[in-house]
Design a protein around this ligand. Structure first.
Ligand SMILES: [Zn+2]
Length: 231
């Protein structure tokens, strides 16, 4: 049976640059892929592009990237830099998880300097709980996410300790093309995302014995083993 991976990020760039390779690989392996960004990231606009126009460009880029990868892309309407941390937002994310019946979720690690990223991390934690809670009465039936991973993001690096290396060699080029849909990819807003994330995939590949790899951190809460013998 086909399984679904959902990448849930604060901003569309985070979704595709830091989680997109895992989504592309899941689709390549026969699964489904969904991106969810909580905001369009419009306030990251460079001085040359008005904020509203930049929001439109981010949405267009997201559609193009998703099409290239064979994924779906949803963007919630929270204003950039103002993703709220409250139950209504967690319910909104939970509704999208229920709607797509996500089996695997990838999101931000908590060790971020960016408040939108921190809030996204916390919202996803609560959204997964709400999605599986049968007594929480929502339009869609309850759904339990089976695995949660955190993505390798230059802005979320505090105490990020990867323990899972995913071979993304087969999808590397296609993923690079998807990233290139975004105006910011090639350094327009100051950071050289293209150089950083393409090199990171090579570096993570060196460490794991693959040509290209995505490093992920599994959820510490899932590390508990229940055994009746140690060997
Ligand atoms: Zn971001």
């Amino acid at each position: 049976m086909s399984t679904t991976i959902m990448a849930i990020a604060a901003h569309p760039g985070d979704a595709v640059f830091t989680m997109g390779a895992a989504v592309a690989q899941h689709i390549h392996n026969g699964g489904k892929g969904v991106f969810l960004a909580l905001t369009a990231g419009e306030k990251g606009s460079p001085a040359s592009i008005p904020v509203n126009r930049y929001g439109e460009l981010q949405r267009e880029a997201s559609e193009k990237a998703a099409k290239l990868l064979g994924a779906e892309f949803e963007i919630l309407t929270y204003p950039d830099a103002e993703i709220p941390l409250h139950d209504r937002a967690a319910q909104a994310v939970s509704d999208v998880i229920r709607q797509h019946r996500a089996d695997v979720v990838v999101t931000h690690w908590s060790g971020s300097w960016h408040k939108d990223h921190q809030n996204c991390h916390l919202l996803v934690r609560d959204a997964i709980f709400y999605a599986g809670l049968a007594t929480m009465n929502r339009k869609q039936p309850p759904h339990s996410v089976r695995k949660l991973f955190f993505a390798d993001n230059w802005e979320d690096a505090d105490n990020f300790k990867p323990d899972t290396y995913l071979d993304i060699t087969a999808v590397f080029e296609k993923w690079m093309q998807a990233c290139d849909a975004y105006p910011m990819w090639r350094g327009l807003t100051g950071f050289r995302y293209n150089d950083y994330y393409s090199s990171l995939a090579v570096m993570r590949g060196c460490l794991s014995g693959f040509r290209h790899a995505a490093a992920l951190m599994s959820n510490p809460a899932e590390h508990l083993s229940r055994v009746s013998a140690l060997l």
